[in-house]
Design a protein around this ligand. Structure first.
Ligand code: BJW
Ligand code: ZN
Length: 251
């Protein structure tokens, strides 16, 4: 509590657990599996090369799920903290719920599920596309998000070259944007580093808490379960992010 209040430089790293209370399935939780396929087998350039329709089907399903979700109290507390000078927020989540909660200066290490880019890398810059296919849009008509409904069932195309479009997310084996890694490493210079709702197994994000500790930060983990980071951090708070963060913020 005192550390949180006194930290001049606070860095928060989030993972799928922060969005779980919003209804976004985590990757490695029981509800995260789609047709019994592991994310490691779908979130790769090889999977897209082999079967772009299958991969797009998975992303359509996830986009429809996420479209029905709203930021939860954990997103809101982090958004409030982000207004503090010296606070940096890094997320592995592609759902943009932190953005929708108003988080400032957010670094989206793994991109956004609402952005697309050209698979052939023709040079056209990534673009935002929040459309859902008609049946998916029907299911989410209870949300306040404006959208059109003609995303369709076929693979989306690049508006510049007509080639295949892909989600502008970071797949296994792909490098994160250099600027994002640089921003994350800069954020490792902090007084307090919080790693929240991540299984802490996917690199390079999983390494940042260790880097922060190496640079002298006090490190804490907030997670329902223990992770590989638990034994390395200074403080483990075992609990749900949506409960723990509002308690911390109000204390
Ligand atoms: C709650 C909760 C509640 C639930 N409250 N908590 C070094 C060592 C070993 C391997 C590597 C290495 N460096 C690179 C690699 C390879 C690979 C990697 O890390 N593999 C590991 C699996 C071992 N990394 C990469 O390939 C990365 N690229 C890279 O390093 O480039 C350089 C390079 C290139 C070529 C060769 C080698 C190096 C890229 C990684 C990209 C990851 N992409 C994904 C998909 C994004 C797109 C999409 O969403 O479709 O990112 S995979 C998936 O995992 C997604 C997530 O962001 C990421 C992390 O998952 P996260 O957020 O931690 O979720 P879960 O489900 O795992 O955990 C949820 C947690 O929440 C759990 O702990 C729950 O307990 C908890 N929880 N409810 C609090 N209410
Ligand atoms: Zn193109």
């Amino acid at each position: 509590m005192r550390r949180l209040r006194d930290a001049r430089r606070l860095t928060v790293l989030t993972g799928a657990g922060v969005s779980a209370a919003s209804g976004v399935p985590t990757f490695r939780g029981a509800d995260g599996l789609w047709r019994n396929v592991r994310p490691e087998d779908l979130a790769t350039p090889g999977a897209f090369r082999r079967d772009p329709s299958l991969v797009w089907e998975w992303y359509r399903w996830r986009r429809a799920q996420i479209a029905r979700c709203q930021p939860n109290p954990a997103h809101r507390v982090i958004a409030e903290w982000s207004a503090r000078e010296g606070c940096r927020v890094l997320t592995q989540n592609v759902d943009d719920l932190h953005l929708r909660a108003g988080t400032r200066g957010l670094v989206r290490l793994h991109g956004s599920i609402w952005e697309l880019k050209c698979w052939d890398e023709c040079g056209h810059p990534a673009w935002r596309d929040e459309r859902l296919s008609p049946d998916e849009a029907d299911q989410s008509s209870d949300t306040d998000r404006p959208r059109e409904t003609e995303f369709g069932r076929s693979c989306p195309r690049c508006p510049a070259c007509g080639g295949l479009a892909r989600p502008a997310v970071v797949w296994f084996g792909e490098s994160l944007a250099a600027a994002d890694v640089e921003a994350a490493l800069t954020a490792c210079d902090c007084d307090l580093f919080l790693t929240i709702g991540t299984s802490a197994i996917v690199h390079p994000a999983a390494g940042f808490v260790h880097e922060a500790a190496r640079r002298g930060a006090f490190t804490a983990e907030i997670n329902l379960d223990l992770t590989p980071a638990s034994s390395a951090v200074d403080l483990v708070i075992q609990g749900a992010a949506e409960d723990v963060l509002p308690t911390l913020a109000s204390a």
